[in-house]
Each structure stands twice: as C-alpha cells, then as structure tokens.
Design a protein around this ligand. Sequence first.
Ligand SMILES: *Cc1c(COP(=O)(O)O)cnc(C)c1O
Length: 359
Amino acid sequence: MSRVYNFSAGPSMLPEEVLRTAAAEMLDYKGTGQSVMEMSHRSKAYEPIIMEAQALMRRVMNIPDNYKVLFLQGGASTQFAAVPLNLMNGSGKADYILSGQFSTKAYKEAQKYGEVKAVASSKEQNFSCIPDVDPAALTPDADYVHICMNNTIYGTTFKTLPETGSVPLVADISSCILSEPIDVTRFGLLYAGAQKNVAPAGLTIVIVREDLIGHARESTPTMLDYKIMADNDSMYNTPPCWPIYICKLVLEWIEVLGGLTVMKERNIKKAKVLYDFLDSSKMFHNPVLPRDRSMMNVTFVTDSDELNAKFVKEAAEAGFVNLKGHRSVGGMRASIYNAMPLEGVEKLVEFMKKFEADN
Ligand SMILES: *Cc1c(COP(=O)(O)O)cnc(C)c1O
C-alpha cells in the first residue's frame, strides 16, 4: 500500500489513525456484528455515537450551553438559504461581506428572501485580500451580518472580525473549523460543511445561539428549520450516520493531541514552512495580501501557465496530488488542513525547490 500527500481542498485528507480505526471497526463495530454504515440511527449501538460526537464538538470547540450543535445534511451551500429563512425575519434585512466565491453565492441566495446589502467587497482586488469594512456602511437594524471566515479558493482569512455591535455575526467556517480555537460567543451562528476538516462529505455542522432559533418564516422547508432539527436532536429524519461517526473519531484524535490550541500551533508551523519558501522563491509566489494569508489554503503561481501546468503534473507524479488551483483562479493551491502532517509540507517544499532549480 502506498499513500500520497493529498492537498485537495475538499473532500480532503483525514488523519491516518482515524482511517485505521474506521477500517478495524468496519465489519464489526464494538461487538455488534455490524458496520456503523448498516445501523439504524435509532439503535442502542448508534445513539452513543451521535451523542458523543456532539459532546466532543462542544468540548473541543468550547461551545457555551446557550448554543445548539446541529448535525445536518445539504452541505454549506444549503445553509446559504437556511440562514436567511431562519434569521432574516425581524427587519428582513441582512448585510454580507464579499470576500470570495462562497460569500458571493451566499449573498445571491439570500437576495431571494429579503433586503440584502453587500457592505464590503474585495472583488476589485480579485479577492486577494479581505475587504475593509466601514462601520458606517453596516445596516443598524440588520437581522445579521454574514462573512465567510476562510476563503478556500483564494487562500485568505479574517484575522480580525468585523464589529457588528448587537447585530448577530454569522460565519461560514467550512474550511477553518477545528483549525484553531474560536470564540463562539462572538457569533450568532457558525456553519460548516464537514468535508474540509472534519469528516467525509455528507455532514453539515450548524452551531447556533438559542435565541436565534424558533423564528423561521412559515414557508421554511421543515428540513431547513433549525427549531425542528434542534427539538429532535438532529434526528428528525435519518442523519448522515457514517460522517457523524468519522467526525467523532476526528474529534477524539484532536482531543488526544491536545485540542485546538495544539492544532493551531501545528497549523501555524506548517503554513510558515510553505509561506517562507514562497517569499524566498524567484519562481513561485503567493498572490495574497500577507496580512490576510490563510493557514489552511495556500495559493501560489509562477509567471507562466505552461510552467504551472508542468508543475502540477510533475508534482502529481512525485506523489503530491490535487495541487491545481480552483478552476476560477488557476495557478496552484495547497490545502493543508489538520490531517496534513508537517512532513507532507516539508517534502512539498523540497520538491518545489528542486523544480525551481531544474526549470
Ligand atoms: C467548500 C465550501 C463551501 C461549499 O460547501 P458544500 O458543502 O459543497 O456546499 C462553502 N463555503 C466554504 C467556505 C467552502 O470551503
């Protein structure tokens, strides 16, 4: 068996220890004679899995008691609609900060449901930075302000949060969840697709302050109503059982390693190895405003499309896969989520040095 270094933006690498545990438990989960994939979600064997996954998520992310943790389906993209349906029901207004493709999609989806304003955008800069927000541009009676915390495609991240006063801040944290400690109390709602840093595709995590639940507009589909999902402990219907099980294993892996403080240290170290090289290279460079660099998704380019393509091809042959940048921006992108070991980044940099010398 040989495994590659997988720099995919999502679905992405999972910790090898987690995959080994899942493999060992595949045919017979703890003496039940069944795989977790085959279990009823209402069985005695499955119930502790979802309960423990929830409890671990609360512990690892330090989520206060007045927040609900929901395990849903539909991906982060379904939350682009669920958020306005559940939250945009006071003034019917919401503010969006546009820092990339996903926040723009969220903004467009929300326009179907109310009066939505783009209060800041870095589109003119090709989303190579996080836009500055003029506090005077914010709508005082908005039902919420929406940001995308880490911009997976462009490799930028919010290092400081916009000050929104009493207006709840909502954040898409799909590509930075569990990468470092986060002060949940600064947010009304956090949501994430699991397939970047938590589990296989199929699970969507929503962390929502209790006072924001229960005000969904009447036309809200049952499956998108946070109150119905919260009242039923995320089991109104069949939850994504298998991704929740892997989520539990990933959270156990994080907790054993020392929690999110240790994750952050590891992630800073990994990103530094790559950015330090990019800053010293004559061939490769990172197109992002240094202040806003992401430690999860590192984008880089050479001056030539041919050279970019040659690099991606030769890197894949050497066992560094999925380094091609998003189709909308080109160039390269190395996604270095929690599961990517330091060694993977060090070896990639060695390969890049050699490529630079040879070309
Ligand atoms: C991947 C991603 C999405 C889309 O997630 P889906 O689960 O595929 O809908 C949305 N936002 C961010 C920040 C992402 O990285």
